[in-house]
Design a protein around this ligand. Sequence first.
Ligand SMILES: [Zn+2]
Ligand SMILES: [Zn+2]
Length: 307
Amino acid sequence: MNPETRILEPGQIEAPAGQIRFLIPPGRDLFARRADRLRHLSHGHPMGEYLAFLALLVDAQQETLNQFPALTLPDKAEQALCRRHGMPLLGSRSMHRNPAWRTELTNILQKMNKAALPPAASETIACLLKASENRLEEMADRILAGDLSDISPQELPFVAAALQVYWVYMASTLGEDVFDRLDQGGICPVCGSYPTSGIISSTETGQGLRYLNCSLCASQWHMVRIKCSNCESTHGINHFILEGSNGAVKVESCDDCNSYLKLLYLEKDRHMETVADDLATLTLDMLMDNDGKSRCGPNLLFHPGIR
Ligand SMILES: [Zn+2]
Ligand SMILES: [Zn+2]
């Protein structure tokens, strides 16, 4: 990997805070765009088969989101209460989950069952279709708490996919105005989850701003650049790119807390997508792992245990 020289200070190139759009909710076509990108990246990629398999899963997420039943969402009183206490309104660890997420998991599994899948994937689907409510809820609790130690790598993407659809449905229905910044800038102001990656918008259309991308609800929130999203330190921040790459994906690592976050520079490639391009650059994770650094947040479609 090539270390890069630090040339900017936090906020140096940013517009005044009041002029910056702080939160961008997920679009209702999120999963369709993600599936397209996964398919594109799968061609000629060493993990091409896996990326193509995930594209099918993400297709199923889009179909499920398109038909998601209307749910009762937190009302104005709850919204005001959360804002007053600086709590995420759709807190992934605190919110009572509507059982609809399990119905939608079944939908996703049934859609996937119609695809031509490897026998191992079909077995996993059959096993999850038979799983008890308790087992699925326990799995959801663990995944949302970031504890993947007892979660099977084969089952994780399916269960996480259903949870993502549920949270994307809620975040995209409520819109950006009901949410406020949290004290902790590195967690999602909508659901309190950690980011999968960050994007740097192009200087022409997006002022070169950095947005962090929620691993669960896919909301994007603004955070100044050259600042660790995990511990908010502005010292000991280093950037790396893969040798021979065009630098569209960089790793930003922090010496203070030993964590790192991938950043996607849309100016270099405007087609990049936060989850898909993260999965296509797992080599960077292996190199950072060898260097003793850990990710700031998960990619819920991939269990780090099988890296
Ligand atoms: Zn979120
Ligand atoms: Zn840090």
